[in-house]
Write a protein that binds this ligand. Structure first.
Ligand code: HEM
Length: 429
């Protein structure tokens, strides 16, 4: 069952190339050029009228169909992002989400607002707490795939950690946690990514066909688990009770379970892959910090948190303004869209000294990589455990791990809304 996850499959190169991913979404930018320009913009004010793309002089790209044609404001400081994220009555998540050609409109909790959001989130949250991430997730999925991938790499002298390691851990973790077989992981993700309006490189017919594959795969699983529950996320969701204020408590419907599963697949499959690559990129390009982590494994968590601050893989999120509001000197009308710069907030010089430097020894302060408040990332504990176990296992087995000096040097790449590393060619011994 695990062999497909550890075998060479051309789909890995297709699905796990950060630049290619951005090109297929249509939002590729020169990532390295963005931050200096963002610093200059933030110096003009924490909240600015206009889309970030316009302010930066980048080609247009519509991230969310529901934002089209609306006036935009851009938020670039930590304080202003925090204020917006905490005021869910004024700044609604309803703008986020992709409509799906097969008729499925909901991406689940990411686009809901309180109190409905809270009711739905409670039906899935218990599986994502830290004790579960350290216990259930490690035992069921994370440790198994890491062990297999390390064994596979141990026979060679070189590897591309992006493709051979980082790409394979989250897709297996999420798919098997849901209850699907590990060998379905890659093709299920391929179908999912090619089923939404975010995929620009497939025809409408292909999108509809892929959306049907995703739906029938998940709904078939729900039916099997209803008849015979197992120890997986779908069986767990079948046992949960939804309590929307004012309504009678009831179990989740099959389509509500489908919405949870699809969101977890999309939110957890790409992010941890890219962030694990960014954390390894940070350490491999800062050998003195890598040596310190190698000598004191208690620093692995600091290395991960600093990678999240330095280069969060998902640096921009969007909100719909529900009523006229003043935000840090800007009057913003109801119906406008706010672009929240979580990445820029993480580099705000008012909060961090030398914000552009990767320094795992800096005093730890909370950062915005996982968002804040009501919608704070559901999967952050799972992501942290995946990356922590992934880095520790590499350090355990490859004491001389370093970048391959004969291969192209890695760099940050991707789109405005999702970024990662170009590759991670390493020498293993
Ligand atoms: C390092 C990896 C990750 C990063 C940087 C990240 C980032 C984020 C951010 C910034 C949000 C908030 C979005 C908003 O406020 O609109 C979010 C939400 C979410 N994330 Fe993650 N994520 C990561 C990994 C994961 C994983 C592994 C999963 C699932 C296994 C996951 C599932 C979710 C879900 C379901 C939400 C929506 C929560 C809600 O709306 O209440 N994420 N994530």
């Amino acid at each position: 069952m695990l062999d497909v996850l550890t075998a060479d499959d051309p789909l890995y190169e297709e699905l796990y190339d950060v630049r290619r991913e951005a090109e297929s979404v249509g939002n590729w930018v020169d990532v390295a050029a963005i931050m200096p320009a963002v610093h200059a913009l933030r110096a003009r004010g924490p909240v600015l009228a206009g889309r970030l793309r316009e302010l930066l002089g980048l080609p247009p790209h519509e991230r969310h169909a529901r934002a089209a044609g609306r006036p935009h404001w851009t938020v670039l400081s930590y304080e202003a992002c925090e204020a917006a994220l905490r005021d869910t009555a004024t700044f609604s998540n309803s703008v986020q989400g992709h409509d799906n050609p097969a008729g499925e409109k909901s991406m689940g909790i990411l686009e809901m607002d309180p109190p409905v959001h809270r009711a739905y989130r409670r039906t899935i949250q218990p599986r994502f707490n830290m004790p579960e991430a350290m216990g259930w997730w490690r035992e069921h999925t994370i440790d198994t795939i890491i062990e297999r991938l390390i064994a596979r790499m141990a026979t060679g002298t070189r590897a591309d950690l992006n493709l051979d390691y980082c790409a394979r851990i989250p897709v297996y973790t999420i798919t098997t946690a849901i209850g699907l077989d590990g060998d379905e992981a890659l093709r299920f993700r391929h179908a999912y990514l090619n089923s939404t309006s975010a995929s620009r490189t497939v025809t409408m017919e292909q999108r509809i066909a892929n959306a049907r594959i995703v739906e029938s795969t998940v709904l078939g699983l729900v039916e099997r688990r209803r008849a015979e529950p197992r120890d997986d996320l779908v069986s767990f969701l079948l046992g949960m009770t939804l309590q929307i204020p004012g309504d009678a408590p009831r179990p989740l419907t099959d389509r509500e379970i489908l919405a949870h599963v699809k969101l977890v697949m999309v939110a957890g499959g790409g992010t941890s892959w890219r962030q694990m690559g960014i954390a390894l990129f940070a350490l491999l390009t800062h050998p003195e910090q890598l040596a310190a982590v190698r000598a004191d494994r208690a620093l692995v968590d600091d290395a991960i948190e600093e990678s999240l601050r330095w280069n969060p893989t998902a640096p921009y999120f969007y909100r719909m303004v529900t009523k006229d509001v003043e935000l840090f000197g800007q009057h913003i009308p109801a119906g406008a869209v706010l672009e929240l710069g979580l990445g820029p907030a993480n580099r705000d010089p008012a909060r961090w000294e030398r914000p552009d430097e990767y320094d795992l020894f800096r005093p730890r302060k909370s950062n915005m990589a996982f968002g804040l408040g009501t919608h704070r990332c559901l999967g952050m504990n799972v992501a942290r455990v995946e990356i922590n176990r992934g880095i520790n296992a590499l350090l355990d087995h490859f004491p001389h791990l370093r970048l391959d000096p004969d291969a192209p040097a890695p760099f940050m790449t991707g789109g405005l809304e999702q970024q990662g590393v170009s590759g991670l060619p390493v020498l293993l011994r």
